[in-house]
Design a protein around this ligand. Structure first.
Ligand code: 4H4
Length: 262
């Protein structure tokens, strides 16, 4: 089932490059992901086609006006209805939103789609948010100049989960967070790397961990799992607690963690 994203933006040109490179190109071409761009200025009226104005109460910056957004969303609803896409939820990108997680990305990848509202300026008139926004999503605790990069981030994260988009279907099983833990280290040729090759003069050679060359798939899987547990326990201990609470740590995992000197 294709995932449809109706994107409300003042800068549609920001999205073009992602429709022609990498994994997202394949998904766009295969129409597994259907991104429709809705330039907000097309729905602004008057000579100056205003989409923003000064904030009541004073203060710096500008606020995005309600009317152009209402007209734009109405056009999107008409298009969704005409295409039989159903009324898709409206997501607003904002630092005040709920932090995006891989679990939410997986839910969106399995759903029909969403309207992605890309704010600019100081933000959006609260009356539009109260009336039409279903979910506020944050990419992190920092402030961007617009919601377009968050929208592209979400489209990328959802797109790479579409069947047939990644070269190796198993690839995203190994992703960080796909099992709630951070990913293990990865190595490729050469089997032994002279330290000088990474710019460390006079250092010892850098071999690939021998277990990865052993051909023992069970031992390799165990090593990779233990690497995930060690890296996650050191960098994001709260993810270990969350995996434990979900009952996703085996007795073997718990034994390894108990021996881990943190
Ligand atoms: C919204 C900027 C609200 C400032 C915005 C404020 C993020 C983020 C983001 C364009 C919009 C910015 N979106 N995760 N982080 N007035 N979006 O910064 O609250 O400071 O998703 S405000």
């Amino acid at each position: 089932m294709a995932v449809r994203f109706d994107v409300i933006t003042l800068f549609p040109e920001l999205f073009a490059p992602f429709q022609s490179v990498g994994v997202t190109r394949r998904a766009f071409e295969s129409r597994q992901v259907d991104v429709r761009l809705w330039p907000l200025r097309d729905h602004a009226e008057g000579v100056y086609r205003r989409v923003d104005d000064r904030p009541f109460g004073g203060g710096p910056g500008m606020v995005m006006l309600v009317e152009p957004l209402v007209r734009c969303l109405a056009a999107i609803r008409a298009s969704q209805s005409a295409d039989g896409a159903g009324k898709l939820p409206v997501l607003l990108f904002s630092p005040a939103g709920k932090p995006l997680t891989q679990q939410r990305v997986q839910q969106l990848a399995a759903a029909p789609g969403a309207v992605l509202l890309c704010g600019r300026y100081e933000g959006i008139d609260q009356r539009f948010i109260d009336a039409h926004v279903d979910e506020e999503v944050s990419m992190g605790d920092y402030v961007l100049s617009g919601g377009e990069l968050p929208a592209l981030t979400l489209i990328d994260a959802v797109t790479r989960l579409q069947p047939g988009v990644l070269h190796d279907a198993a690839s995203h099983e190994q992703d960080s967070f796909s099992d709630g833990l951070l990913d293990c280290p990865h190595y490729s040729r050469p089997e032994v790397l002279p330290a000088s090759a990474v710019g460390v003069e006079g250092g010892a050679d850098l071999p690939v961990p021998p277990v990865l060359m052993s051909g023992h798939h069970a031992q390799i899987a165990r090593w990779r799992r233990e690497q995930q547990l060690a890296i996650t326990a050191r960098r994001r201990p709260e993810l270990i607690e969350a995996a434990r609470a979900r009952g996703e740590l085996s007795k073997q995992d718990e034994h390894f963690l108990s021996k881990l000197a943190l």
